[in-house]
Design a protein around this ligand. Structure first.
Ligand SMILES: NC(=O)c1ccc[n+]([C@@H]2O[C@H](COP(=O)([O-])OP(=O)(O)OC[C@H]3O[C@@H](n4cnc5c(N)ncnc54)[C@H](O)[C@@H]3O)[C@@H](O)[C@H]2O)c1
Ligand SMILES: Cc1cc2c(cc1C)N(C[C@H](O)[C@H](O)[C@H](O)COP(=O)(O)O)c1[nH]c(=O)[nH]c(=O)c1N2
Length: 171
């Protein structure tokens, strides 16, 4: 029997229920380039190495934005602040792309990707490697530029809801 036909030891819903207990930062991943402009909400983002500064983003290949990211090969990870909950829902749903971007203020990164005003941090990246696992592509992204905001509180996705992350020295 091939590995593909084996029944997984853990059922998908059980896996998601357990994963809902792993709190994570919420990010809007944007891109602009030859394939156009696109953005989506992602919690599956993490640091890989600081030499060279690299993070990873997991993107479902069935998402409408997938071909745009795949062709542009550049993106910006905008880590959301408390207060960005509505914007996060817009980029995480079935909303038309123009309606997603009109809801916030953006500037342009070195790669051309949109940088969200008021994000806790924005990581401007070039995609250096892509590894497909199951339904998702893991995008390895080398950071070529940074914007940091020291004045806002953070935002976490935990137990299927948003939670502000309060910083003592922020307003
Ligand atoms: N990694 C992802 O693709 C991912 C992560 C979070 C949320 N979402 C999407 O956002 C919506 C709301 O999610 P929710 O957290 O309220 O409930 P949910 O039950 O769909 O997900 C619970 C947790 O499971 C994980 N997860 C969800 N979908 C996944 C997927 N397709 N592949 C790998 N891990 C996945 C995430 O950690 C998520 O927080 C759903 O449509 C979900 O698919 C996707
Ligand atoms: C809080 C939260 C977190 C995530 C998501 C949603 C939400 C609400 N989504 C889903 C993703 O944002 C959604 O599929 C895209 O907006 C693409 O949708 P369309 O196919 O364009 O409608 C998502 N998708 C993905 O591929 N990787 C991820 O890490 C996440 N994380």
């Amino acid at each position: 029997m091939s590995l593909d036909t084996l029944t997984p030891a853990v059922e998908k819903t059980e896996f998601r229920n357990a994963m809902s207990r792993l709190g994570a930062a919420v990010n809007i991943i944007t891109t602009e380039g030859p394939a156009g402009r696109a953005g989506f909400t992602a919690s599956a983002v993490c640091s890989v190495t600081d030499s060279p500064p690299t993070l990873l983003v997991c993107l479902n290949r069935s998402a409408s934005v997938y071909p745009v990211f795949r062709e542009n090969m550049q993106l910006c990870v905008n880590t959301l602040a408390a207060g960005h909950e509505t914007l996060s829902n817009l980029f995480g749903g079935k909303t038309p792309m123009a309606d997603r971007f009109i809801a916030a203020e953006w500037s342009t990164a070195v790669t051309g990707s949109p940088v969200l005003s008021g994000a806790v941090a924005s990581f401007d990246c070039r995609i250096t490697q892509i590894v497909s696992v199951g339904t998702h592509d893991t995008l390895f992204c080398e950071v070529v530029g940074l914007v940091r905001n020291d004045d806002t509180h953070g935002l976490a996705w935990f137990d299927r809801g948003y939670h502000p992350l309060l910083r003592q020295d922020a307003c």
